[in-house]
Design a binder for this molecule. Structure first.
Ligand SMILES: Nc1nc2c(ncn2[C@@H]2O[C@H](COP(=O)(O)OP(=O)(O)OP(=O)(O)O)[C@@H](O)[C@H]2O)c(=O)[nH]1
Length: 282
């Protein structure tokens, strides 16, 4: 798989995030609920760890609800505050405000004890492209704000965006590039549209998706594509051949592959979570 990755990018992202971290009390780390693992960066994880953090599994409306619950339990078991969100269809993000107050309890108490009333809690949104950072920022602020974070170096003076509570947000979200040294992570990111699927041959992506659905959600695959029991268990590459012939009447594998990927993105194959929680013994 050819995915361009240069250490320079990583260093730049690392330095930018590190600089901005000094300005905030906490980090709102936005992940894709379908990819709680693949949509983060293990290297930058070390830097962020130093700060108080709330992990937001966004796009929960697209993810498998049972898996989301398992992921939340898993994160909470690691003493990590985490919540699931559908920022697209939720107007008020009170759930984030409440989590911030809970996480910052000790700091709030200190302010209160020293008689400071108009204290602010400052946060930064962080996340890989397309996870919903702008959507969340806009909704927390209550209006559409220009987000300049994806253009490194543009913003010199940091602006603070006010929300309806005592939370203020840095106007430049930190872009957390995914670390793609694992082929499966690349496939997961491409399937959800987090990275361009031109980076991976479309047929490979379709075969990967078929294999995943055969394994995790066979009923939906069977119903949606009207497969017999025998067809459902074909090796995934053979299943793609079968579907291609059925749909295109010829060997237009690319068209059939695109259809499968489109069906997944449009939700025709249901809610799904590509990163599975590792349960002990698995
Ligand atoms: N279904 C669904 N879509 C969402 C949700 N949140 C955001 N989106 C959509 O996901 C796409 C990306 O959202 P953005 O808010 O632009 O994401 P971003 O992280 O700021 O993206 P970059 O600017 O690329 O870094 C948009 O089409 C949003 O409408 C959600 O909770 N559910």
């Amino acid at each position: 798989m050819q995915i361009q990755w240069y250490p320079g990018h990583m260093n730049k992202a690392k330095n930018q995030i590190q600089d901005r971290l000094k300005l905030v009390d906490l980090v709102l780390e936005i992940r894709d609920a379908r990819l709680p693992q693949s949509s983060t960066n293990p290297v930058l994880e070390q830097i962020i760890k130093a700060k108080q953090r709330i992990i937001i599994l966004n796009k929960a409306d697209l993810a498998d609800p049972l898996m989301t619950q398992q992921w939340l339990r898993d994160l909470q078991a690691q003493q990590q505050m985490a919540l699931a969100l559908d920022a697209q269809h939720t107007n008020k993000l009170q759930v984030i405000q409440s989590a911030v107050q809970e996480l910052m309890q000790a700091k709030i108490q200190k302010y209160q004890q020293s008689g400071v009333r108009n204290y602010k809690l400052r946060a930064m949104c962080i996340g890989i492209p397309n996870v919903g950072k702008s959507t969340i920022l806009n909704k927390l602020v209550g209006k559409k704000v220009a987000v300049t974070g994806n253009k490194p170096g543009v913003t010199k003076n940091q602006n603070w965006l006010k929300t309806t509570s005592n939370l203020e947000l840095l106007d430049t979200p930190g872009v957390l590039w995914p670390k793609i040294d694992d082929e499966q992570v690349g496939y997961n990111l491409a399937l959800t549209g987090a990275i361009s699927d031109r980076l991976i041959p479309v047929q490979d992506l379709a075969v990967y998706a078929l294999e995943f659905w055969q394994h995790e959600y066979p009923d939906r695959l069977q119903t949606n594509y009207q497969l017999t029991e025998q067809e459902l268990v074909l090796p995934p590459a053979k299943l793609l051949v079968y579907l291609t012939q059925k749909w295109t009447g010829n060997d237009d594998f690319e068209r059939a592959s695109r259809r499968i990927i489109q069906d997944i993105r449009q939700g025709l194959l249901g809610q799904y979570t590509l990163d599975r929680v590792q349960v002990n013994g698995e």
